[in-house]
Design a protein around this ligand. Sequence first.
Ligand code: FES
Length: 208
Amino acid sequence: MQYSQKVLDHFMKPHNIGTMENPSVTATEGSPACGDQVTFYLKINDDSHVIEDISFQSYGCASNIATASIVTDLVKGKTIEEAKDISWKDATNELDGLPPVKMHCSVLAVDTLRLAIKKYELEKGLKEPEPFSKEAIIEELRSIIYPQAGEDIVTLKMVKYVRLDDDGTVVIDLDIPRFDQNRESVVEEVKEHLEKYPEVKDIQVTLA
Ligand code: FES
């Protein structure tokens, strides 16, 4: 697999690695795609909401370590509002790209950072918990990368239909080429992404 020099540099000598004493917030996420995990530690100024310090621990691959490392560089000194705008594509661009099958490693890093910021906002009363909705499901599906293309399944228009019933049943229709070897693994990933929401009681995924 071909990695850019920047990926190799951040993998060999990651920036801001390790735990932190008395962080404002921490968040750990696992990737349903591969089972790997990353944890971010953030020190946030309660008045200015500037991220004054950030560190991470990764139990993931070289791409995840490199992305988490560059994410810490990108957000240190930024406000949480600015940090939320950083996407996994921004992070991979900063690394001069990643192989398509490794894009989910970058999504894991950025999603975990966003989770940490969301936890902080909820704990500090900066935002109200959002009601679970069809839009939240679609947003979650944007974290699922179709490995061959290195792009998410919503952008690739593979998600044809989404419904959330009052009883917590989620119905999703996917359009993935019939002989594609990733069909079943994408379905599994969709289920794993949605199972973490307590509001979701049943998940029905059909393939066109
Ligand atoms: Fe699991 Fe990269 S984070 S393969």
